[in-house]
Every structure is written in structure tokens, then in C-alpha cells.
Design a binder for this molecule. Structure first.
Ligand code: DP6
Length: 365
């Protein structure tokens, strides 16, 4: 599919007046990372992520048809309060998607959003937040054009979400989503995320992700700036090749269930992402001393117990501890006894792989 397939043409708003749509949309954690992009939000390499379950954004879009066209007419409330500083990102998003959803300017909106995780936790909320907003917009399109198929609905949601935040296009469905054109992943595209198209080995069913909140502050360097620093980065070309080759490897591993190979790819990806940050110009470090202490504890525990525990990192100091469901009890005991001490105020979140966004309410249905 190409960009033009996502443009809504010849629509009528005759039967639409006002209403309300609510979606619950999960966050995701990348196993092979997206770091580096071209305009308009085209990734430099393919990435793959586990969709999460407990970490989600709940967004309601209230819409009312206007008598005359007006641009980007909306209010935004976050966790009960008006959030003026969220507006510019949403205006940019609406401007980027307007050509694909031209009815947008004929409505006024109230957006109400809340996260299941603390906003200041350092967990990226742009993936679940932009994913949820894209879903609400597409439910409105579905009310206008009810004959649309579910397949088209999901593809276009992911396509729109990508224009809000790259990683958001991997938050619509689950349990494993690939974004970025890759010769070995059938159906993959730079324009939207697709479900991993091959059989996933039982070892990865209900995989666990315990998120250790090492640093709950605002990030010193945003992902947007980080992506920009991949232009003219001395190792950019090698990094994009490495990521694409890791997609080939992890695709086989996810089918065969080879846990040691999975661990080697996932941990190397996390450290390669942070190595890019440390070698960009200007350079920066998002890991904290406790991030490294946790990593070393995980490595020691793995050697001592033969566990399949491993870690990955986002663009921040928090550590995602990944492990198979059957090790839940032993790993959770280890986390409580050895790792919680390195978390800010002992905060952590127990999550696991999820199946994607859920429609909570739709007055048009
Ligand atoms: C490190 O999706 O937040 O989490 O497209 O600029 O919104 P924008 O960036 P964003 O970048 C996420 C980067 C990452 C890795 C990943 O999720 O693949």
C-alpha cells in the first residue's frame, strides 16, 4: 500500500453530529530499536516490539460538527486538568494527518487522556498516547465510512499513529509488531506496523516485562533530538545495517524459541542504542549508575541460576527486565530481593505481553 491509499475521498458528514469515542491503548517495548528516521517519519531500519498490557493510555475524543470549517479546534485535558503544553504536539500531529482525514477541520474536539503509569515515570507515553488518539480519529472515520474493513482500519490507524510518533505505530495490535520494510518480514512496510507474520514459539507466549523505574525525572535529551543526531552520525550506516540484520536473526529466534540467542540480540540492541547516544555529536548518556548496577546484577543472576532473564532499555535510565512466564516466581523473588533497592522510591511495574488496543466506548456504534 502507498500513502495515497490512506486518503479519504468523497465523504459525507450528513449523518454525523456529535459523539464520544474512548480507546485503551498499550505502550510497547522495542526488542530491535528504531533510532534514526527521514521525513515524513520513515524509519532508517526495521524495528520489532512486544506490545505491553498494564502500561496503557486511556483517551476519549468528544467531537461536535461545526457549521463552518476551522483548523485544529480542540481542548486537551490530561488526568483531569487542562494541558496547554500538550497542544503543540497535537497540532503538529493534526497538521500531518489532515490530508488523510480531511473531515478533521469540520469538527471541534475535546480530548481527555490519562495513563495507567505515572506520567513522570520516564515510561514513553507518546507511543500509547498517539496510538490512542489515532484510534479515536479512525473510529470517527469509520462512523463516516462504515463499510471499511477491520484490516484497513488497523493499517490506517497505525499509519496515522506513525505520523504522531514513530513507535506509536507499533502500539495498535499485538503481541509482536514489526515496523519498517524488511525483505524477510512478509507484508512489512515503512508506513505502518504489521503483526509478526510467522508462528511465535511457546517460549515467548505471555513473556514478562518488569519495568524498574530508576529515574522518574524528565529526560535530558528527547527522542526527537536523539533521532536527529543520527544524521551525520559516524556509525549511522553500520547501526542501520546491524538493526536490519538483527531483525533477520530475531525473526528466526522467535519461531525456534532459542532463548539464549534471544537474550544476546535483545541486550546487544539495548546497548547499541545507548552507544549511539554516547557517540553522537553532541554526546549524551541517559543511563544512570543504578542502571548499570541492575544490568550487572542480572548478568550475575543469569550465570548463577541458568535463568533466561535479560534486560532492555528505552531512551532513558529505566530497565525493562524480560523473562519467560515459567520463571515468573524465581525472577520476581530475585527482583524484590536484589533489584528494587536501585529503583527510585522502590517503584517498579509488573507488565507482560499484550494483544493491543481495546475499544472502550463508541457512541456511533
Ligand atoms: C528508543 O517513537 O519516541 O524508544 O518518532 O520522534 O516520536 P518519534 O520517536 P519515538 O522513538 C522511540 C525510540 C526508542 C526505540 C523504539 O521504540 O524503537
Amino acid at each position: 500500500m502507498t500513502e495515497t491509499d490512506f486518503i479519504l475521498k468523497d465523504f459525507s458528514l450528513e449523518n454525523i453530529t456529535n459523539g464520544s469515542i474512548t480507546w485503551k491503548t498499550p505502550s510497547n517495548i522495542a526488542l530491535v530499536k528504531y533510532w534514526g528516521k527521514q521525513e515524513p517519519q520513515i524509519p532508517e531500519n526495521a524495528s520489532i516490539s512486544f506490545t505491553l498490557d498494564t502500561c496503557f493510555t486511556l483517551t476519549t475524543l468528544e467531537y461536535r460538527k461545526l457549521n463552518a470549517e476551522r483548523s485544529h479546534n480542540f481542548e486537551i485535558y490530561f488526568e483531569g486538568g487542562k494541558k496547554e503544553d500538550f497542544k503543540p504536539k497535537i497540532v503538529t500531529f493534526f497538521k500531518r494527518i489532515e490530508q488523510y482525514v480531511p473531515f478533521l477541520t469540520e469538527f471541534e474536539f475535546v480530548i481527555k487522556s490519562e495513563n495507567s503509569f505515572p506520567h513522570s515515570s520516564g515510561i514513553a507515553s507518546s507511543a500509547s498516547g498517539m496510538g490512542a488518539l489515532a484510534l479515536c480519529v479512525m473510529s470517527l472515520e469509520k462512523a463516516i465510512n462504515p463499510t471499511m474493513t477491520n484490516e484497513y482500519f488497523n493499517k490506517k490507524v497505525s499509519f496515522l499513529a506513525r505520523l504522531g510518533s514513530g513507535s506509536a505505530c507499533r502500539s495498535i495490535e499485538g503481541p509482536l509488531i514489526v515496523w519498517g520494510n524488511h525483505p524477510e518480514i512478509e507484508g512489512s512496510s515503512d508506513l505502518f506496523g504489521v503483526k509478526f507474520p510467522y508462528k511465535i514459539h511457546d517460549n515467548f507466549k505471555n513473556y514478562q516485562d518488569t519495568i524498574l523505574l530508576v529515574d522518574e525525572g524528565e529526560k535530558q535529551v528527547s527522542s526527537t533530538v536523539g533521532h536527529q543526531l543520527m544524521y551525520n552520525h559516524p556509525f549511522a550506516k553500520q547501526r542501520f545495517q546491524q538493526a536490519n540484520s538483527n531483525i533477520s536473526k530475531i525473526s528466526k529466534v522467535l519461531q525456534s524459541g532459542d532463548l539464549p540467542a534471544f537474550i544476546a540480540i535483545v541486550e546487544s540492541e539495548a546497548l547499541s542504542l545507548h552507544a549511539m547516544m554516547m557517540t553522537s555529536n553532541p554526546y549524551f548518556i541517559l543511563m544512570k549508575p543504578n542502571t548499570l548496577k541492575i544490568i550487572n546484577e542480572i548478568w550475575d543472576f543469569r550465570v548463577q541460576t541458568n535463568s533466561n532473564i535479560c534486560f532492555t532499555l528505552d531512551a532513558g535510565a529505566n530497565v525493562h527486565v524480560l523473562f519467560p512466564e515459567k520463571e515468573k516466581e524465581t525472577v520476581n523473588n530475585f527482583i524484590k530481593s536484589n533489584l528494587i533497592q536501585f529503583c527510585q522510591e522502590n517503584h517498579y511495574i509488573c507488565d507482560s505481553i499484550g494483544n493491543g488496543a481495546i475499544s472502550i466506548f463508541n457512541s456511533a456504534e
